[in-house]
Design a protein around this ligand. Structure first.
Ligand SMILES: [Zn+2]
Length: 79
């Protein structure tokens, strides 16, 4: 009988170094449409809320034009 008391705790090892599984993001960060910096989750797809604000402002000022798809006329009625 040999009791190693406190000598073999499961948390004693493995706390440092590689855990055997790398944390890989699902997808690479897209560059910010405004400045080209890597986007962040917080302000996705922009790098910061500031850039998001700039982009939004562009939309509001009409610098962006949505290609294709015209506005809906509203003629379509439900049959
Ligand atoms: Zn940016």
């Amino acid at each position: 009988m040999s009791e190693d008391e406190g000598s073999s705790s499961p948390q004693a090892s493995g706390a440092t170094g590689a855990e055997g599984g790398d944390v890989v993001p699902l997808r690479p960060p897209k560059p910010c449409p405004n400045c080209g910096k890597p986007s962040t989750r917080k302000a996705y797809p922009f790098c910061s809320s500031r850039c998001a604000d700039v982009d939004l402002n562009r939309w509001l000022t009409g610098q962006y034009v949505v290609p294709g798809r015209p506005l809906e006329d509203g003629d379509e009625e439900e049959a």
